[in-house]
Design a protein around this ligand. Structure first.
Ligand code: HEC
Ligand code: HEC
Ligand code: HEC
Length: 369
């Protein structure tokens, strides 16, 4: 006996299959328990789909990487990894928590090694996460500078000894941090105990940062600005995948205490100001602005007491030039935010990249009020 295939019969068969599937799902017989994991075939299939997807999207959407061997970039990525990733993935000398292994699929334990992803594939994974696995995406997917810092660290991680990892992730604060297998989970519980220690991992207790220009200098910054910008991070008004989680783990009273602490730290004694020279374009922009481009004088807002209109605005002198320039570029790309960020977005949009570099360099090295 033969059954002729007609469109109507195929449609009817599909309907029966669909109804059967719905009935099975409704019955509750499908087991969603995480314990036990996937069948080998399901696991293979899902990872095959995942690898293909990541390979394809990594070809088009990741842009050009910076120098991934830069120590400052590595330190920034490591600092974030310790609080944002190690709890799930482990780290050198800090194996994964066994609780995590009861999820399906469970995150691979990077203290035991890592699959050979390319740089752009790692970028894609960290930027957007992996659906159906619990692997989260980056809070601000457009902050590619931050995502590359994590990629730089992931690349370096397999070669790191436990000591080298702790120094890269916490600097001098490593001595005050929990060690070994529990470190990742303890980091999640930090708010109660070591609030300042959590910040100091990256910024130091003195607010001077570490590893070159890895972190902005916050020592001696205006207290009002520190508090306002920390609240902006906590609420998401200022965008950073590294600082938003750090600031939102902390209560408002603790943010006040932290702002007071860092504001009271001595600002670095900078080398004597460069001899004022009319040729310094950065100085001219800061003091006079660029009337032809409608750029106001930076010092009218950012100058020292008595020069600036509002001392609650951030001090820029002695800050890393790379950080200042990065913030200005972020405003141009619309990804910095901040409660009064609109003012600076307008300023930054009127500057050329060369002018940004010149004025950042002058504030970093030349301004000594
Ligand atoms: C809530 C737990 C969790 C957090 C936090 C987390 N991940 Fe994941 N991650 C996962 C899971 C689950 C997978 C998918 C594992 C699988 O099935 O391949 C994954 C996959 C990955 C992969 C692909 C690994 C592979 O070989 O399959 C990388 C790389 C990765 N994560 C990096 C990171 C980084 C970097 C961070 C921090 C910015 C991070 N993860 C934060 C759970 C997490
Ligand atoms: C994982 C490293 C890391 C941790 C932990 C961290 N920060 Fe930051 N912080 C950064 C980075 C990186 C930036 C620059 C953000 C950007 O580029 O937008 C920053 C920026 C800041 C700024 C803005 C500086 C400015 O001039 O506008 C303040 C203030 C700050 N952090 C304070 C803190 C405090 C307080 C804590 C603890 C609650 C903390 N940070 C925890 C890395 C960290
Ligand atoms: C009209 C006042 C005003 C002028 C003029 C001005 N700024 Fe600003 N600037 C601000 C305000 C307000 C903020 C804080 C924005 C926020 O985060 O809410 C700021 C923040 C900044 C920051 C970020 C600092 C940090 O620690 O993250 C940089 C960099 C900056 N300005 C550079 C400049 C430069 C360079 C010029 C001159 C070309 C300039 N500004 C002119 C008001 C001004």
């Amino acid at each position: 006996m033969t059954i002729r295939l007609t469109l109507r019969r195929v449609a009817a068969a599909l309907c029966v299959l669909l109804l059967g599937g719905m009935l099975f799902a409704w019955s509750g017989l499908f087991n969603v328990a995480a314990t036990g994991g996937h069948w080998a075939a399901t696991d293979w299939f899902l990872h095959w789909v995942m690898r293909n997807s990541i390979r394809t999207y990594a070809m088009t959407s990741v842009g050009t990487p910076p120098d991934l061997d830069d120590r400052a970039l590595l330190a920034r990525g490591a600092g974030h990894y310790a609080v944002g990733c190690a709890a799930c993935h482990g780290a050198p000398g800090e194996p994964q928590n066994p609780v995590i292994q009861q999820s399906t699929p469970f995150p691979p334990d990077f203290s035991k090694g890592m699959a050979p992803w390319s740089d752009s594939e790692l970028f894609r994974i960290v930027q957007h996460g992996v659906r159906f696995t619990g692997m989260p995406g980056w809070i601000v997917p457009s902050r590619s500078d931050e995502i590359w810092s994590v990629v730089a660290f992931l690349r370096a991680m397999p070669e790191l000894s436990p000591e080298a990892y702790r120094t890269l992730a916490h600097g001098e604060e490593a001595a005050h941090r929990p060690q070994g297998a529990q470190a990742g989970m303890d980091a999640l519980a930090m708010p109660n105990g070591g609030v300042l220690s959590g910040c100091a991992s990256c910024h130091g207790r003195d607010g001077m940062g570490r590893d070159g220009d890895a972190f902005p200098i916050i020592a001696g910054q205006s207290e009002a600005y520190l508090l306002a910008t920390l609240k902006d991070f906590a609420s998401g008004a200022r965008q950073s995948g590294i600082m938003q989680p750090a600031a939102s783990r902390v209560s408002e009273q603790q943010l006040r205490d932290l702002a007071a602490h860092y504001a009271s730290q001595p600002r670095p004694v900078r080398p004597a100001a460069q001899a004022a020279s009319a040729a310094d374009e950065g100085e001219r922009i800061a003091r006079e602005g660029i009337p032809a481009q409608q750029v106001p004088a930076c010092l009218s807002c950012h100058g020292a007491d008595g020069v600036a209109r509002n001392p609650a605005l951030p001090r820029l002198e002695g800050q890393h030039a790379t950080y200042l320039a990065a913030q200005l570029h972020a405003w141009r790309q619309g990804v910095r935010g901040g409660r009064s960020g609109a003012v600076m977005e307008a300023v930054a949009n009127r500057l050329t990249p060369a002018q940004i570099e010149a004025v950042s360099k002058w504030f970093a090295e030349g301004y000594n009020p």
